[in-house]
Design a protein around this ligand. Structure first.
Ligand SMILES: [Ca+2]
Ligand SMILES: [Ca+2]
Ligand SMILES: [Ca+2]
Ligand SMILES: [Ca+2]
Length: 245
């Protein structure tokens, strides 16, 4: 009933996590010859939840190690309350259930879930909507010194104002490539913080490729780490290039 699209295995294709009234599903894209082909891998990846009803689901890098972790909001399907879940990415296609140590063990029924960095410290926080109860803001107090970069997008003219649909691909000094896309309306009845966020671990960022809606692409080589950078759609650059190319 919730959906998250990400690249949890960092192989530059989109994978899909979605929840249901039954089991939780993780679809790994094993794309061959540029054709998307999906395998259902929740069990082998260690994220096969089959208790309660699944709702909001998130793929986001909560510990800034460069690999997307997973959050799942739940409501109890019967009389028993069911905890929400947090899974940490093991960087090898599998996840470890860190629910009990991560502090997301609220067993009240949760439907909506979205990530936001409300205090702009580079650590992604979570806001949840609990059925017939108050919203809850879960601050990320992870104690690591991992590097990160974040982007706020600004468009206009012939690109939608919020730049929904913009894709950013980064490469770092460890050889890792990550990608994110700005979307509206993921998870369940929710919208995430309108930023793109990447953890880097101990690595440094090398290149940033920005693909705007419509396909105009440019590369940046000097993005500052551990801060948010505003990316503005290069209206004039685009016009001039179109005229002279
Ligand atoms: Ca992938
Ligand atoms: Ca793949
Ligand atoms: Ca992570
Ligand atoms: Ca934060």
């Amino acid at each position: 009933m919730g959906v998250a699209i990400g690249d949890y295995d960092n192989d530059s294709d989109w994978d899909i996590s979605y929840s249901s009234i039954d089991e939780h599903i993780l679809m790994q894209n094993i794309n061959t010859a540029s054709q998307p082909v999906y395998n259902s891998v929740a069990q082998s990846a260690g994220v096969n939840i089959n208790s309660g009803y699944g709702w909001g689901t998130l793929l986001f890098d909560v510990n800034n190690d460069g690999w997307e972790d997973m959050y799942l909001a739940t409501t109890g399907g019967g009389a028993d309350p069911v905890s929400n879940y947090m899974f940490q990415n093991n960087q090898n296609g599998t996840f470890t259930d860190v629910t009990t140590t991560s502090g997301v063990t609220d067993t009240n029924p949760t439907e909506g879930a979205a990530w936001i960095d409300f205090n702009l410290d580079g650590k992604l926080d979570i806001v949840i909507g609990r059925f017939n109860l108050t919203y809850q803001l879960l601050q990320n107090t992870t104690t690591d010194n991992n590097n990160w970069v974040g982007f706020k997008l600004l468009a206009g003219a012939n690109v939608n104002r919020d730049a929904i649909g913009t894709k950013v691909i980064i490469s770092d000094s460890s050889g890792n490539t990550q990608m994110r896309e700005l979307r509206a309306g993921e998870s369940r009845g929710s919208n995430h913080h309108k930023t793109l966020h990447f953890g880097l671990g101990n690595s440094t960022i090398l290149t940033t490729e920005v693909i705007w809606p419509g396909g105009y692409t440019h590369t940046i080589n000097n993005v500052g780490m551990n801060q948010y950078t505003e990316l503005v759609y290069p209206i004039y650059d685009h016009i001039f290039k179109a005229q002279f190319e």
